[in-house]
Write a protein that binds this ligand. Structure first.
Ligand code: NOJ
Length: 553
């Protein structure tokens, strides 16, 4: 594959690392992470091999939704530093070759945002029409309530001005009226501001909610997304919008800009993620294989973002009730591990009972899946959750740098997990010294993923493995092939694959030492250990594997 493509369209095989400045590293000893602390850890992130950092919201906030409730879109929360600290961080990240994107949370503001304070002050105030008001809202449909533990309606009566306002999330997060052209202009201004400061794009929060109110003013709500993307592209051709769009595949293609690819550059694959968990719960490849077969190919230059865990609950809302129960039974049987009736508030290693073989296989699977992998900070060392923390905060624990914690010289504002996942057992410093650690495994996976752009760019095919627990898939681009095989069960497996067009070629194992020969009929026999995983590059016998991608062109 021609690598020059991968620099222009950098997002197609990026490795995205999501972190919250607040929980990553404290640089001023007040128990709260900040930009100065994060900047000191830049070489750790560069060394890990990730190529793009996604910063969770770092803007001024009353912090009633962990920063997703914003009072000023143009500044840095004073607890996390200053705009000056942000710029120094950006400069240092750029020097290490790291791109940075940030959360764009413009479906709503905090109810303490000056716009909303003005809007509710009277019905004819300057900002009244920046929010969505109603005298008599439609009765609630329970499926619209995102946080059923705290809310029972998406409308809240405002005593001050005597009308209801819409809030798709918490009542302290009034929805902005994106149908108002002034609001749309302001959103573009916010994008433009942060792009001037060096951001390469945005993770767009809650996209389906964001565009739901646009309709009356534009031909289609999607026109708004296309306008935003065009604005960004005018300012900087390589900037991206990565959308949080948890809808069925049939609806999702619209968000890329069906056919044109002129809306979101990337969308998270929520369906594939949920099917992957079902597959792992059953130790059966089929649910994931089916998702891969059904998943639409994104329009040219667009990409899927693949992930296993994020900062929210592990949502299983797109599985059937019976399937969800299977995942709950396997990975979060206790009620305190579950949340909202649809998800788990756990990190991945806890769900696997700390079984390192299984954890390593799961991440190998993640990095081999067609798309751009997104990891949540701490996944690379196998951090666990703190179930004593409230709700989704269970997984948003401070980063564990050393046996003592190493996050702060002061008492951290948030508690770290205890027991098997405490910093004494799980930390960066120890894993750096251990060649078999999860951290070293992540570095290897990232290195190989970057060396195999076929995985992200290629056409993928799920192969018939003949074994219910083994997922085998190949990715082909420009005549080069990478093959990945994953055993989802805890017993050894042997499979026979037929690799069309690869007869007589050599398969070089990319994760361990080893080679296999493909027979004249395209057949190959592959043994796998319990929870084993193998990646192979195919090459002609006379071509060294490292040149196979070039020679293929
Ligand atoms: C989605 C975010 O991921 C979640 O953490 C947040 O609570 C809601 N959007 C509301 O902003």
């Amino acid at each position: 594959m021609r690598l020059t493509c991968t620099s222009d369209l950098w997002w197609k095989n990026a490795v995205i690392y999501c972190l919250d400045v607040e929980t990553f590293k404290d640089g001023d000893d007040d128990g709260i992470g900040d930009f100065r602390g994060l900047t000191q850890q830049i070489d750790y992130l560069a060394g890990l091999g990730v190529t793009c950092l996604w910063l969770m919201p770092f803007f001024p906030t009353p912090n009633r939704d962990d920063g997703y409730d914003i009072t000023d879109f143009y500044s840095v929360d004073p607890r996390l530093g200053t705009l000056g600290d942000f710029v120094e961080f950006m400069r240092t990240a750029r020097d290490r070759g790291l791109r940075v994107i940030a959360d764009l949370v413009v479906n709503h503001t905090s109810d303490r945002h000056p716009w909303f304070l003005d809007a509710r002050s009277s019905r004819d105030s300057r900002y009244r029409d920046w929010y969505v008001w109603s005298d008599r809202p439609e009765p609630d449909d329970p499926s619209q309530i995102v946080f059923p533990d705290k809310e029972n309606s998406i409308w809240q009566f405002d005593d001050q001005s005597g009308q209801y306002y819409l809030h798709s999330f918490y009542r302290h997060q009034p929805d902005l009226n994106v149908g108002n052209p002034e609001v749309r202009d302001e959103i573009a201004r916010i994008l433009g501001f942060w792009m001037e400061l060096g951001l390469s794009g945005f993770r767009v929060d809650a996209v389906p909610f964001l565009i739901q109110n646009v309709h009356p003013q534009l031909a289609s709500p999607h026109e708004f997304l296309a306008d935003l993307r065009a604005f960004m592209t005018r300012r900087s051709g390589g900037s991206v919008l990565l959308g949080e769009v948890n809808v069925p595949y049939e609806e999702l293609t619209e968000y890329f800009g069906a056919g044109l690819g002129d809306q979101l550059t990337m969308c998270f694959d929520f369906i594939g993620m949920q099917r992957a968990w079902l597959a792992m719960a059953r130790s059966e490849a089929e649910p994931l294989a089916q998702a891969l077969r059904e998943r639409p190919t994104p329009p040219k230059d667009c990409q899927w973002a693949v992930f296993l865990r994020n900062h929210d609950e592990l949502t299983l809302d797109k599985l059937t009730e019976a399937e969800r129960k299977e995942v709950f039974d396997a990975f979060g049987p206790e009620p305190r591990m579950q949340i909202y009736g649809r998800g788990l508030r756990r990190r991945l290693p806890g769900m696997f009972g700390g079984d390192l073989r299984r954890i390593k296989m799961a991440y190998s699977l993640l990095f081999s899946l067609p798309g751009t992998p997104v990891v949540f900070y701490g996944e690379e060392i196998g951090m666990g959750e703190n179930l004593d923390a409230e709700g989704r905060m269970a997984v948003r624990v401070p980063m564990q740098w050393s046996r003592e914690g190493g996050f702060s010289q002061a008492e951290p504002e948030r508690d770290m997990p205890e027991g098997a996942f405490s910093p004494a057992r799980v930390n960066v410093a120890d894993q750096k010294r251990d060649g078999d650690s999860l951290l070293r495994w992540f570095q290897l996976l990232i290195e190989r993923y970057r060396e195999c752009p076929e995985l992200a760019w290629g056409a993928h095919t799920v192969l018939e493995s003949g074994h219910p627990s083994v997922l085998a898939h190949r990715c082909d681009a420009d005549g080069a092939t990478v093959l990945a095989v994953h055993n989802l069960c805890d017993t050894a497996a042997e499979i026979d694959l037929t690799l069309d067009g690869l007869d007589g070629q050599i398969l070089t194992d990319l994760l361990m030492d080893g080679r296999l020969e493909v027979g004249g009929d395209g057949g190959v026999h592959i043994p796998l250990t319990p929870h084993g995983c193998r990646w192979f590059r195919a090459s002609e016998p006379e071509v060294p594997p490292e040149d196979a991608s070039i020679k293929a062109r």
